[in-house]
Design a protein around this ligand. Structure first.
Ligand SMILES: Nc1ncnc2c1ncn2[C@@H]1O[C@H](COP(=O)(O)OS(=O)(=O)O)[C@@H](OP(=O)(O)O)[C@H]1O
Length: 329
C-alpha cells in the first residue's frame, strides 16, 4: 500500500515537473523567445530574428553584393575597394570573384559563399573589372539584381595604357623578348585594336548604360582619388545611401610610396588589416603591383595617341556629363 502511494506521488511529481518545463521552454526544449518576422532581408531571403539577441554580430552571415566595382582595370580599382572596406558599413571580399564572367555556372549560392560575413546593416561590395568585358556579363548582373549600384573608375587613358604595359611586361618570364611601348601598342589585342581596347571608355560605358539606368552608375576619377581619397569616398558613401563613416584621419599620404595609404593608427585599421590587401605596417597597397615604373613615350607617338583617343574622350564626357582633367589632354 505504502509502495503504491510512493509510486503515485513520484509519478505526480514528475508530471508537475514536466508540465513546468513545457511551460518554461516550449515543446522542443528550446527557451521560448519572442520571434519577429522581418521584411525581406538585404539579399531577398525571408528570415526571422530573435528579438532577445541584441548584438549586431548575432546575424552575421555572407550576403550577396548590393554594389559592384566593375572597372576599369589599372585605374585604381584595388585602392578604391581597399579604401571602401574601412567604412564601418561596408564589407568586401579580398579577391576578385569573377562570378558573372568566369564562375557563373557555379551558381548563386557559390557566389554568396565567397562573401565575407556581414551584419544586416552592412552592405557587401565586390570588385571584378572583368565584368566590363562583355554585354552578356552586364546582362547577367541585371538579371541578378536590376537595382544594383555600379562603381566605375577611370584615369587618363594614356596613363592607363602605360600601366597596362608595365603590368603585362611584369608577367613575362625572364629572357622573354620585351616589346617597346609603341610596338606593344600597335599589336593586336585579341581580334581588336589594343590602343582602343584600353582607352575607349565611351564604348564600355555605353554598354553599361544600355543595361542599367544612369543614376545606378557612379563614374569616379582615379586622379581625384590619388590626390585626396576622402572626398571621393564620401561621394561613394552618399551614392550608396550610407551614413557618414569616412573620416579625415583614415587616410594618410605616404611620401615614400607617393600614394595615400590607410592610417594604421586609426582605430578601425587593426580589425580590417587582414581583410584588405594592404601592408599591416604602413597601410599601403603592396609594392609589387602598384606604382610600377611607366614607359617613357616618344613625343610624336604621344601626339598620335592624343589625336586618336581625343574623340573617344569627348564621347565619354558627353555620356557622363562630366569633363575629366587628364594631363595628356
Ligand atoms: N592609393 C593608392 N595606392 C596604390 N595604388 C593606387 C592608389 N591610387 C591609385 N592607385 C593606382 O592604381 C593602379 C592599379 O589599378 P587597379 O588596382 O585597378 O589595377 S588592377 O586592374 O586591379 O590590376 C596603379 O597604377 P600603376 O601604378 O600606374 O600601375 C596605381 O597607381
Amino acid at each position: 500500500m505504502l509502495t503504491v502511494k510512493i509510486l503515485t506521488g513520484c509519478v505526480g511529481l514528475v508530471a508537475v515537473l514536466l508540465i513546468g518545463l513545457w511551460l518554461l521552454y516550449g515543446p522542443y526544449g528550446v527557451p521560448k523567445i519572442e520571434e519577429t518576422s522581418l521584411p525581406l532581408s538585404s539579399d531577398n531571403h525571408f528570415y526571422t530574428r530573435h528579438k532577445s539577441i541584441s548584438s549586431d554580430n548575432a546575424g552575421k552571415r555572407p550576403r550577396l553584393p548590393k554594389a559592384l566595382i566593375i572597372g576599369f582595370s589599372k585605374c585604381g580599382t584595388l585602392a578604391l575597394r581597399t579604401f571602401l572596406t574601412i567604412h564601418p558599413d561596408i564589407v568586401c571580399p579580398i579577391y576578385e570573384i569573377n562570378y558573372f564572367n568566369e564562375n557563373y555556372h557555379k551558381g548563386i549560392e557559390w557566389y554568396r559563399n565567397q562573401m565575407p560575413s556581414s551584419t544586416a546593416k552592412q552592405i557587401t561590395i565586390e570588385k571584378t573589372p572583368g565584368y566590363l568585358r562583355s554585354l552578356e556579363y552586364l546582362r547577367r548582373i541585371r538579371a541578378f539584381d536590376s537595382e544594383i549600384k555600379l562603381l566605375v573608375i577611370v584615369r587618363d587613358p594614356i596613363v592607363r595604357l602605360q600601366s597596362q604595359y608595365a603590368h603585362e611586361l611584369s608577367k613575362l618570364p625572364d629572357g622573354f623578348e620585351r616589346p617597346g611601348f609603341e610596338s606593344w601598342c600597335n599589336e593586336e589585342h585579341g581580334n581588336g585594336d589594343r590602343i582602343l581596347h584600353f582607352t575607349n571608355y565611351a564604348y564600355k560605358l555605353g554598354l553599361v548604360y544600355s543595361v542599367f539606368s544612369k543614376p545606378q552608375v557612379l563614374v569616379l576619377s582615379e586622379e581625384d582619388m590619388e590626390k585626396n581619397p576622402l572626398p571621393v569616398m564620401r561621394e561613394v558613401e552618399t551614392f550608396l545611401g550610407l551614413r557618414r563613416g569616412f573620416t579625415d584621419d583614415m587616410f594618410v599620404y605616404s611620401p615614400k610610396r607617393g600614394f595615400y595609404c590607410l592610417n594604421v593608427k586609426h582605430q578601425l585599421f587593426p580589425s580590417i588589416a587582414q581583410k584588405v590587401k594592404a601592408n599591416r605596417q604602413n597601410g599601403c597597397l603592396y609594392y609589387k603591383t602598384k606604382g610600377r615604373e611607366h614607359p617613357v613615350i616618344d613625343k610624336s607617338f604621344r601626339r598620335t595617341l592624343q589625336t586618336l583617343i581625343r574623340p573617344y574622350n569627348e564621347l565619354f564626357f558627353n555620356l557622363t556629363g562630366k569633363r575629366f582633367k587628364w594631363e595628356n589632354f
